[in-house]
Design a protein around this ligand. Structure first.
Ligand code: 13P
Length: 250
């Protein structure tokens, strides 16, 4: 049995004071939750504030990106060991917004995953097709390429520290979620590729769905056999909706 995992990707929202307030509300709702792994991913500047608030609870801390090198002349970047020291256990890598706006490629995703694993972090690796790719019938081949290259540097024994997030780009922030059937189809495809890459460990890799997950559609999505939780954007910015989504994964 895979333990469901629901992560809130706060994107570029919340100052550290606002983040601490939201984290405190989420802690009141979910601080004891142990059947579902809950991860809060605020901006870098709020990591420490959120860490202090959630200390002693079951909530976990994640970041939204990391560089592949441990240190160096990479202005504006943050390394995996830095995140670890801030209290992160997870880092999101290869989100479609990073691919779309910041030049992230499958190759840089692979390098960042390697850097994160080397530092001891767990990774949430994002994949997903654009609307044009779906309409062209290339969803499976696009996702296959993203998975094969993005996870090409994961070694045997490391798969338990890998989570994959399937986020169709056309569903992100649009209010138009994939149907449960559409999600399951791609999740099953991803698991098939994971079996080729990681063997039996693929059965333990959690695959999250992301893209307009809300309290009213979460349960149906999470009920699919290969949907092991969600990566939540907008609805993670309110404690009550995030908590409702987490409970939908029970
Ligand atoms: P929304 O839930 O706002 O559609 O965002 C999804 C997402 O990008 C999470 O990483």
């Amino acid at each position: 049995m895979r333990k469901p995992i629901v992560a809130g990707n706060w994107k570029m929202h919340k100052t550290s004071r606002e983040a601490a307030e939201l984290a405190a509300e989420i802690k009141r709702e979910l601080g004891d939750m142990d059947q579902v792994e809950c991860v809060l991913c605020p901006p870098f500047t709020s990591l420490r504030a959120v860490r202090e608030v959630i200390a002693g609870s079951r909530l976990q801390l994640g970041a939204q990106n990391c560089h592949w090198e441990k240190q160096g002349a990479f202005t504006g970047e943050v390394s995996a060991p830095m995140l670890l020291e801030e209290g992160c256990s997870y880092v999101i890598i290869g989100h479609s917004e990073r691919r779309q706006y910041f030049g992230e490629t499958d190759e840089t995703v692979a390098r960042r995953v390697r850097g994160a694993l080397d530092a001891g972090l767990k990774t949430i690796v994002c994949v997903g097709e654009t609307l044009a790719e779906r309409e062209a019938g290339t969803t499976c081949s696009v996702v296959e390429r993203q998975v094969r290259i993005g996870l090409s540097q994961v070694r045997a024994g490391e798969w338990d520290r890998v989570v994959v997030a399937y986020e169709p780009v056309w569903a992100i922030g649009t209010g138009r979620n994939a149907t449960a059937e559409q999600a399951q189809e791609v999740h099953a495809w991803i698991r098939k590729i994971l079996r080729e890459l990681g063997g039996d460990a693929a059965e333990r890799v959690r695959i999250q769905y992301g893209g307009s997950v809300k309290p009213d559609n979460a349960h149906e999505l999470f009920s699919q056999p290969d949907v092991d939780g969600g990566l939540i954007g907008g609805a993670s910015l309110k404690a009550d909706s995030f908590a409702a989504i987490v409970r939908a994964a029970l």
